[in-house]
Design a protein around this ligand. Structure first.
Ligand code: ADP
Ligand code: ZN
Length: 606
C-alpha cells in the first residue's frame, strides 16, 4: 500500500478498500470511463473481475450506485461481503419484510449507502422509481446483462424494462456487464439496453487456469467417481445433470460412496434449496449436484471442478457454467461426459419444446455449436474463444492438446461444401440452411431443389461419397472451426473470412473421427490440476483455514467473505510478523486489516 499520495482516487480505493495492488486487464480503463460519467458495455469472463468495474466508480462518484441483478438469493451474501470491506451496501427484494425494506429505503434517501442492489422486477413498480427519484444516483450497473437477450440462453422478460433507465435518468452513467456473449448476444444487449453510445470493453474470454475435458459417456456416475477420487479429493465442486431425477440419483450415489454432496433443483422446496446453496458457500469441500437452476452469480472463489453428466444446451451456457470453477485463478477442471443419447434427447426436446419456429431454430443452432465443441480435433480452448469471436493458440491444458484424438483429412469435403455455399451466395445471391446445401451436394432432386433451379449448379451431386449424416458432421465441424457461420433466425449458412483459405486450397481441414463404441477412460490421464503450496506452508494454511472457518461461522457469512484461499495461501507462505506486513498481502484491505489483522497474527503464532 505504498505511495498512496500519487494514486488516483480509483487506485486509492482499490488499495485501501479491497486491498489489491493493481488493476487487472481493462478494469482501470472501464472504471475511469464510468467514473467520468460514460456508459459502458463490459464483456468479461467469469472471474475476470467485473464487480470492481462498478463498485469502484460507485465509491468514487457522489451518490448511490444502483446494481440491477436477477440473483435475489445471493444479494445478502454480496452485501455482507461489501460490508466486511467497509462498503455501505444494501438491497431491496422480495425476501425482506416491511421493516427491513423501510430501513434500506431510508438509508438510500439519506445518501447513507454506496451501493443498492435491486432485482429487475422491482423497477417495474412505480414506487421503486419514485424512491430512486428521491435520492442521488451515482450510476446504474446492470449485471448479468445477457438476460436481456432473447438470442442468449437465459432470457428474462423483466430485463426488457431496463431500457427506461436511460430515458428517466439520462445523466446517470450505465454500465452493463456479462460473462457470456457471442457477437449476436453482444449486439442484442447493446440494442435492447439502448447502449448504442456506450463504450464497449471486450476482455479476453480465456480462463487459462481451467482445464477443459470432454469424454465419451459410458458409465457416467462411475466416470465421475473416478475423476473425484483421482483428482479432486476433498474439493468443492458442481456437478450438472439435465433432469431432477438424475440430480437426485447422482447425489445419492456420491454420498453412498463417501463423498459429501447435496442436490439442488427447482423441484425442491425453497427452504431446502436455500439451505443447500448456503452450505455449499459456507462449508469447505462440499459438492452440489444440480440442474442449471443452480449457480448464476455464485461467487465462491474456490470451486475446483465443474462436471457435466449431460450435454449442455449451448456453448454460452456451458462456458458460463464451467466458468464457475477457479475464480481464484488456481488450477481447476471442467469435465463433460457426452454421448450419442444426449444428442438424440436434446433434438427431441427442441422439437417438442413450446415456442415458435424461430425459437426452435435458435435452440438448434446453439446445440450444433455445442456438438461441434465436443467433436473438435483441435484445442478446446481455441474453439471456445472462436465461438466468442476471439483468437487463441493451442493451450496445452485441454484434453485434445494433452491427448490428441484421431482425425481424418476433411479438406476436400470442406471445399465441396464451402464452394456450394459460395456458388449460392455469389451466383444466385441466395442463402440456405444445411438441409438444402446437403441436398445439393447429394444430388437430390427435391421439390425445393427444382423450385430454385439448384440442379443446374455445377456443384450439384458432387458430394455423393458421404452420407447425409456425414455431411451434417462436416457442417458442424466447419462451424466449430469458424470456417463457416450460421446467420439469422433461419440458420442459413454463410462463409466467413477464414473460408476463403480453404476454397483457395491454402489449408487442410482436420476432422475428428467419429467413434462408434463408447470409450472408457482409455485416454492417458491428464495430470492432476494440483494446487501447489510449499510443504512447510501446508500446516500453516490449514491453521488459517480453521481460524477462518470459526470466524465465518460466528458471523454467519461464507468463509471467503473473510479471506479468499488465495489470500490465506499468500499469508501462509509470506508469514507476516506485523500488521503492516500483513497489510501488504493481496486481498487485505484497511477494513479487514483492522477487523481481523490481530486474529490472523495470533493464529500464526499459535
Ligand atoms: P466476475 O464478477 O467477473 O466473475 P469478480 O468480480 O467476482 O469476477 O472477481 C473475481 C475474483 O478476482 C474475485 O475474487 C476478486 O476479488 C478478484 N479480483 C478482482 N479484481 C482484482 C484485482 N485487481 N486484483 C486482485 N484480485 C482481483
Ligand atoms: Zn488446448
Amino acid at each position: 500500500m505504498a505511495s498512496l499520495e500519487t494514486a488516483s482516487p480509483a487506485l486509492d480505493t482499490l488499495r485501501r478498500v479491497f486491498g489489491y495492488d493493481s488493476f487487472r486487464g481493462e478494469q482501470e480503463a472501464i472504471i475511469d470511463h464510468v467514473a467520468g460519467g460514460g456508459d459502458a458495455l463490459v464483456l468479461m469472463p467469469t472471474g475476470g473481475g467485473k464487480s470492481l468495474c462498478y463498485q469502484i466508480p460507485a465509491l468514487v462518484r457522489p451518490g448511490v450506485g444502483i446494481v440491477v441483478s436477477p440473483l435475489i438469493a445471493l444479494m445478502q451474501d454480496q452485501v455482507d461481503a461489501l460490508n466486511t470491506l467497509g462498503v455501505r451496501a444494501g438491497f431491496l427484494n422480495s425476501t425482506q419484510d416491511f421493516e427491513e425494506r423501510r430501513l434500506t429505503e431510508a438509508m438510500f434517501q439519506a445518501g447513507e449507502l454506496d451501493l443498492l442492489y435491486l432485482a429487475p422486477e422491482r423497477l417495474r413498480v412505480p414506487a421503486t422509481l419514485e424512491l430512486l427519484d428521491r435520492g442521488r444516483i451515482s450510476l446504474f450497473a446492470i449485471d448479468e446483462a445477457h438476460c436481456v437477450a432473447q438470442w442468449g440462453h437465459d432470457f428474462r422478460p423483466d430485463y426488457l424494462g431496463l431500457s427506461q433507465l436511460h430515458e428517466r435518468w439520462p445523466d446517470v452513467p450505465r454500465i452493463a456487464l456479462t460473462a457470456t456473449a457471442t457477437e449476436a448476444t453482444h449486439a442484442e444487449i447493446a440494442n435492447r439496453l439502448n447502449l448504442g453510445e456506450a463504450r464497449h470493453f471486450v476482455a479476453s474470454f480465456d480462463r487459462p487456469n481451467i482445464q477443459y475435458r470432454i469424454v465419451s459417456k459410458a458409465d457416467p456416475k462411475r466416470q465421475l467417481l473416478d475423476l473425484l477420487r483421482n483428482e479432486h479429493t476433498g474439493d468443492a465442486g458442481i456437478v450438472y445433470c439435465l433432469s431432477r431425477a438424475s440430480v437426485e440419483k447422482t447425489a445419492e450415489f456420491l454420498v453412498a460412496n463417501g463423498i459429501p454432496a447435496v442436490p439442488y433443483h427447482a423441484g425442491l422446496d425453497a427452504r431446502t434449496r436455500a439451505e443447500n446453496q448456503s452450505r455449499f458457500l459456507r462449508e469447505d469441500g462440499l459438492i452440489v449436484v444440480a440442474t442449471i437452476a443452480f449457480g448464476m452469480g455464485i461467487d465462491k472463489p474456490d470451486v475446483r471442478f465443474v462436471a457435466h453428466l449431460d450435454l449442455p444446451k449451448s456453448v454460452e451456457g456451458y462456458y458460463q457454467e464451467t466458468g464457475r470453477a477457479g475464480r481464484d485463478g488456481l488450477p481447476s477442471t471442467a469435465w463433460l461426459a457426452y454421448g450419442l443419447q444426449d444428442v438424440v434427447q436434446q433434438r427431441k426436446m427442441i422439437e417438442t419444446s413450446e415456442g415458435d419456429d424461430a425459437h426452435r431454430r435458435r435452440q438448434s443452432t446453439h446445440l450444433d455449436a455445442m456438438l461441434a465443441l465436443c467433436e473438435t480435433v483441435t484445442c478446446r480452448r481455441v474453439q471456445l474463444l472462436n465461438y466468442f469471436g476471439q483468437r487463441g493458440e493451442p493451450c496445452g491444458n485441454c484434453d485434445t492438446c494433452l491427448t490428441p484424438p484421431e482425425s481424418w483429412d476433411g479438406t476436400v469435403a470442406a471445399q465441396k461444401l464451402l464452394s456450394t455455399i459460395f456458388r449460392l451466395q455469389k451466383e444466385r445471391r441466395q442463402k440456405f440452411g444445411a438441409g438444402q446445401v446437403i441436398d445439393i451436394l447429394l444430388g437430390r432432386k427435391t421439390a425445393k431443389v427444382i423450385q430454385h433451379d439448384h440442379d443446374t449448379l455445377t456443384v450439384f451431386g458432387i458430394g455423393e461419397e458421404l452420407s447425409e449424416a456425414g455431411w451434417r458432421g462436416v457442417v458442424r465441424q466447419l462451424l466449430a472451426q469458424g470456417l463457416l457461420a450460421v446467420e439469422g433466425d433461419y440458420g442459413t449458412l454463410v462463409l466467413t473470412d477464414a473460408s476463403a483459405s480453404v476454397l483457395r486450397k491454402e489449408r487442410t481441414v482436420l476432422m475428428r473421427r467419429e467413434q462408434e463404441k463408447a470409450a472408457t477412460s482409455k485416454a492417458a490421464k491428464p495430470k492432476k490440476a494440483a494446487v501447489d503450496l510449499p510443504a512447510e506452508a501446508v500446516p500453516v494454511f490449514e491453521k488459517l483455514r480453521a481460524w477462518r472457518g470459526a470466524a465465518a461461522k460466528e458471523q454467519g457469512v461464507p468463509a471467503y467473505v473473510i479471506f479468499h484461499d488465495a489470500t490465506l495461501r499468500e499469508i501462509a507462505t509470506a508469514l507476516p510478523k506485523t500488521l503492516a506486513d500483513l497489510g501488504r498481502i493481496n486481498g487485505v484491505g484497511e477494513n479487514k486489516l483492522a477487523k481481523y489483522g490481530q486474529q490472523v497474527l495470533d493464529a500464526l503464532e499459535g
